[in-house]
Design a binder for this molecule. Structure first.
Ligand SMILES: *Cc1c(COP(=O)(O)O)cnc(C)c1O
Length: 223
């Protein structure tokens, strides 16, 4: 496994494919590896790490904190409401807000910790039943309530492309997320939505071309 080299390759692709490369951040998805390998990641200077399970995140965070390693943890998976309390004191961003009840719980736990937690709204663009994420009409219904929450800061949108190798479908989904961001910015957010979290190992180049600002890459780095 050549972690450093693989990360440099993805960073190079950001420059190559994104029209806004300076605004793009790589989230290294570390769910496949342990703390020893995470230290290899941190040696490259990249320190935004993504995990999709609370328990595992807790263990890795403790381990790295013991070594005084500074990490920005992004939660990227489906988050159960009853587990928010475990990560609320340190999580840097939650990519996967897909229910009002979850948003309210994050807000409550953020407040208890005197924090404002940055979040993204996860949107299910393609309508696959197996995927988490807001349908647009549900989101619009929830927005007035979401906007009242003072200890979460909604900074953008997240989506996952459907399971397909069809680049046209991937591109269509990413383009759509950008359009929704622009519309929400105009109507509700006064241009405070700046982030688009989209693109994983198999589709991040297309996501970059379509304006991704956060790409979540795991298997390509840890293969
Ligand atoms: C695992 C995971 C990723 C990374 O996927 P790779 O294909 O390994 O790059 C990105 N986002 C989410 C939500 C994930 O669960």
């Amino acid at each position: 496994m050549e972690v450093g080299k693989n990360i440099q390759e993805v960073l190079g692709d950001i420059e190559k494919y994104s029209p806004y490369a300076k605004n793009v951040k790589l989230v290294v998805v570390t769910k496949y590896v342990d703390s020893l390998i995470i230290k290899e990641v941190l040696k490259t200077g990249v320190n935004i790490l993504g995990e999709n399970r609370v328990q595992v995140l807790q263990e890795k965070n403790e381990e790295l904190s013991k070594n005084n390693l500074s990490v920005k943890w992004h939660f990227i998976g489906n988050l159960q409401k009853n587990k928010v309390k475990y990560i609320a004191s340190y999580i840097d961003m939650i990519h996967s807000v897909n229910k009002l009840t979850l948003a309210k719980e994050i807000d409550k736990r953020a407040k208890e910790n005197n924090r404002i937690i940055e979040t993204l709204l996860e949107i299910n663009i393609y309508g696959e039943e197996s995927k988490e994420g807001y349908k647009l009409e549900e989101l619009l219904k929830n927005l007035p309530e979401l906007l009242k929450l003072e200890n979460i800061k909604i900074v953008g949108l997240m989506t996952m492309a459907p399971f397909t190798d069809d680049e046209n479908i991937q591109r269509m989904v990413f383009k759509k997320l950008g359009v929704i961001k622009d519309e929400l910015n105009e109507t509700y957010f006064e241009n405070s939505l700046t982030e688009l979290s989209m693109g994983m190992s198999n589709d991040y180049k297309i996501a970059l071309e379509e304006g991704a600002t956060l790409i979540r890459v795991g298997s390509k780095i840890f293969k």
